[in-house]
Design a protein around this ligand. Structure first.
Ligand code: NAD
Length: 284
């Protein structure tokens, strides 16, 4: 059986560190680090994610505020609220829950959260800093993958890594983080011909294509490490990833389950980013 790269022990470890940093911050500055989450509309998944982020922040000794708008809110109204949060001295981190209604232009929204409070690491200043290897907020999901690799003793240095997917949220920062960790990165996407043959060479395969069951064992070299970022709910209500788990597990040396693999890491990194934001702001 391959090693199961499960999030639980990693999240517990990160949680202890984050709680400790949160306590130390409160003692030093007389207030708790504060996360603001902005939600537009009532997308059921977004409502659940937003609530979970707030509850976890509070459980870790932070403060949390949720700023909600109906889906009829205009971009100007939402931007005005974010401008207020940007200048509020008690707010350390701001996150805009995606997806946003169609009237919002992502290329504009990217600039709304001040770079120093951009705990989701979406602002072009932070994505630029990431690709230059400068100190910056960690992009939550790919940084969560790096934490999983570290915890389970996988050092990407010198390994051939294949990233499938090139979204700004997952694929691109994932490739950047693996490159920074000295992996040789094959970066694939929907227009990549011969995906199977390319993935098949890799020691580490990270799948973030958003296509349920895209990767079966024929994509995987024997002994490879497989990270499945995909999350989907089937018509029967089962949660599955982009990888056919049982088939790939028979060939991989280590694999993430879905659920319980990459998923829980995102919030853990988000809250770590919030503490970092608070520490950075107060130390200036
Ligand atoms: P996206 O749709 O924005 O991007 C998907 C990428 O995959 C694109 O770059 C596309 O080129 C590539 N792709 C699509 N079909 C492909 C194919 N057949 N072959 C090769 N490449 C292909 O998706 P995303 O936001 O990056 O999310 C990807 C998956 O990860 C989704 O299932 C999403 O739900 C999940 N996700 C999970 C977390 C988490 O666990 N916390 C966070 C973000 C996203």
């Amino acid at each position: 059986m391959p090693t199961l790269i499960a999030a639980k022990p990693v999240v517990e470890k990160l949680r202890l560190t984050t709680e400790e940093r949160s306590r130390a911050f409160r003692k030093k500055y007389g207030r708790a680090p504060k996360l603001a989450v902005v939600l537009v509309g009532e997308n059921p998944a977004s409502v659940i994610y937003t609530r979970k982020k707030g509850e976890t922040a509070i459980a870790m000794g932070m403060e949390h505020v949720s700023v909600t708008f109906p889906d009829t809110a205009t971009p100007d109204e939402v931007k005005a609220a974010i401008d207020k949060l940007n200048t509020d001295p008690h707010v350390d981190g701001i996150l805009i829950q995606r997806p946003l209604p169609k009237s919002f232009k992502e290329e504009e929204v990217l600039y709304w959260v001040a770079p120093a409070k951009d705990v989701d690491a979406f602002h072009p200043e932070n994505t630029g800093r990431l690709s230059l290897g400068l100190p910056c907020f960690k992009p939550c999901t790919p940084a969560g993958v790096m934490e999983l690799l570290k915890f389970y003793g996988v050092n990407p240095a010198g390994k051939l890594a294949c990233v499938i997917g090139r979204s700004s949220i997952v694929g691109k920062p994932m490739a950047a983080l693996l490159l920074q960790a000295d992996a040789t990165v094959l970066h694939c996407h929907s227009k990549t011909p011969n995906l199977k043959q390319i993935a098949n060479q890799a020691d580490i395969v990270v799948v973030a294509a958003g296509k349920p069951g895209l990767v079966d064992s024929s994509y995987i070299k024997t002994g490879a490490i497989v990270i499945d970022v995909g999350i989907h709910r089937t018509d029967a209500g089962k949660v599955v990833g982009d990888v056919i788990f049982d088939d790939v597990a028979a060939k991989a040396s280590a694999i993430t389950p879905v659920p319980g693999g990459v998923g829980p890491m995102t919030i853990a990194v988000l809250l770590e980013n919030t503490i970092w934001a608070a520490e950075q702001r107060e130390s200036k």
